[in-house]
Design a protein. Sequence first.
Lengths: 251, 584
Amino acid sequence: MSETNERRNFLKGLGLVAVTVGLGRPGLVEAQTAPPPAPAPPAMEMAAPSDTSTAYTYVFFNPVEIAFIEAAVARLIPKDNLGPGALEAGVSYYIDGQLAGWYGEAGRWYWQGPWQQGTPQQGYQLPLKPSEVYRAAIPRINEVTQKQYKADFADLKADQQDKVLTGLEKGDIDLGRLPATTFFAFLLQNTKEGFFADPTYGGNAQMVGWKLIGYPGVQPTYAQIIEQYKTPFTAPPMSIANFTDDPPHSH
Amino acid sequence: MSKKLPSVDAVMVGVGWTGGILAAELTRAGLSVVGLERGQSRDANVEFAFPHIRDELKYGIRFGLMQDVSRDTLTFRNSADQMALPMRQLGSFLLGNGTGGAGAHWNGQTWRWTPYDFEIYSQTVKRYGKGAIDDGMLIQDWGVTYQELEPFFDKFEHTAGIGGTAGNLQGKVQAGGNPFEGPRARAYPNPPMKRSQLGDLFQNATQNLGYHPFPGPSANMTQAYTNPDGQALGACMYCGFCERFGCDYNAKASPNNTVLPTALATGKFEVRHDANVVRVNMDSSKKRAVSVTYVDLITGEEIEQPAEMIFLTSFTFGNVKLLMVSGIGDIYDPVTNKGIVGRNYTYQLSAGAGGTITGKDFKVFAGAGSESVVIDDFNGDHFDHTGLGFLHGGSISASSTGARPIQSNPGGSGWGSAWKKAAAAAYNTSVGIGAQVASLPFRQNHLDLDPTYRDAYGHPLVRMTFDYRGNERKRSQYLAEVNVKILTEMGAKNVAGRSVPEHYTIVPYQSTHNQGGAIMGMDPANSVVNPYMQHHQVSNLFVVGASSFPHNSGFNPTGTVGAVTYRLADAIVKRYIKAPGPLT
């Protein structure tokens, strides 16, 4: 996959290397009825020993989900003439980390029944945690794309992927008991979060999300410039890590 | 069985602004005070330190400083014919938790409500007649006037180092201030905030339209300041991380850096954290509160803390819930119109306008919680409501609080390359102004106990029934039109107005201004507490904060919360200690 290689090259430029398990995507389609393939050994060109200690390895998503999420975020915020997109920014890692942690477990959400659907004004009432929403939706989406295109979502052409995403957004695609619009809302929200959150969370690598819109990130003070209406603020963007002595973990 | 502790003079249930103000004043008068705080201990010097506090995801999106609703939340429905369902995650409002409560992470906009607010019923009837009051609307006079509160507004402003421009000094209208404000004895302790380019455009546009702009009063320090209690604060850096965050420059007045250290310095104040009060215990006569029972959140034990005076100083929902689960007073029933606890629940309506201004460098990333230019021309009864079909109004402002990238959602709800382009273009060119709009009480809007859902301690959740009743939406629509006019005058293109939707929704963030449920008044038939927030029937029980407000104005409530609380503290120290009993 050329996109994936491009991402690796981009990440290597940041001193950040992805180690993805189950790289053999075609095998995974067959693997739906067979045991999952053993994780492929890391490819030599991307896994110099000194790099692996800082590489991100997915902890929540399984190989089928990895393929989906990398493909989906790459369409939601694509790489284009304005710069890197969500995939290059590491947003799939961000979502993986969020879903593996307390957010994915609906931590700090009220979680007692009875469960019942209310009005839109009453908010989210499904007994599914965010991590479970992803886990429930992705296989169903692949079933739908298999039926229509004879391929998983990740292996579709970009315009086909956009069509599927639009179908999820509008609720035109039937995911069975899970409303497609619910899944899409989580996916889009989490993708934008990852693109714009501090890089410490794994997305927004090299602050590419902030650079896109002109957000300077963490700056000690704007007191001297807030009343300067014509002089631009030119300091480079900064993130939390630029100001800490915390041990570096990714760059 | 619960463990019983030795009695103290006073107990505060909740350690935010109200508990902190009372603790400071009562301990200085020599009383022993225990503060029971369900949240964990929070050392602002550590937890609010740069750079980690500048984490939008943790604090701004995942609400790191807020209430854990897995333990206690509320249920919500728009109307009585629906089943109320739990608010499963924070949304419409953000409940505080931990030392300082929501005062630790507010924006700092600090208002004196308008004199009309405190006499809203009699002034409305006088000017427009009883027919102007909607069917089912429960506006009533507060039993305390602006004039009586003035010294206590002043006291709070000086404790919290408010920066602003006086609009009415001892009856004389001042240039550059709010000409509609009630007369003040003296100026703000600090000068106003700096003005962003957006604020500057608003200033000029509203002047051109004949309105009266002024800088919004701010608890973000406009210079280094030492308050009358000796607490020192730093100057605001306009960093763009204010509401939802603690301040790493110690530049936002909060209980944590003002009244709490003042109380602690007396040696008479103990804050007990991880202590979730679940009940107020009464004696057999039901005329006297003897203690509170709390769950120790470290051991799980129930512990009883007796006190001579009991102050409910948590947020609106906590105060009202404790009255209801403790069986103190009858719960309001909108069908029979009987009962009083839970009546007059109000919120904060809104209105606004959005548009595009290109070719300016707005520096939208910069700002402070109270950095704003405001007009008060359409608030309270500052304009003639004849023929408009609604009462009250709202304050309109251009605020520069710092556009953080996730929350400000540049480019809107789309995706793909088109969204990316829109986000890049919109971040510095899409502009908005907005109004905080009054919310008036109606019979159908109230709080009671949910019959189905329970909190982590086995008690029912508070159930909120709320929607826009009567002509409430007209007020928002009217203010949206004024916003459109102003934003157009500011030079914006593609201007669109925004008013409240058909139904109130618990989902997106709107405002943490929740009032009522234990309202003040002179008559026990239509109020829970007297104007000192002392319970009508249980004179050693005080229910303090915006839970006592019979309606909500077109302003943030904290300034008025501070004033009524200082007034209560003054009455306790000067009169109640010597002769406990009803304050008149």
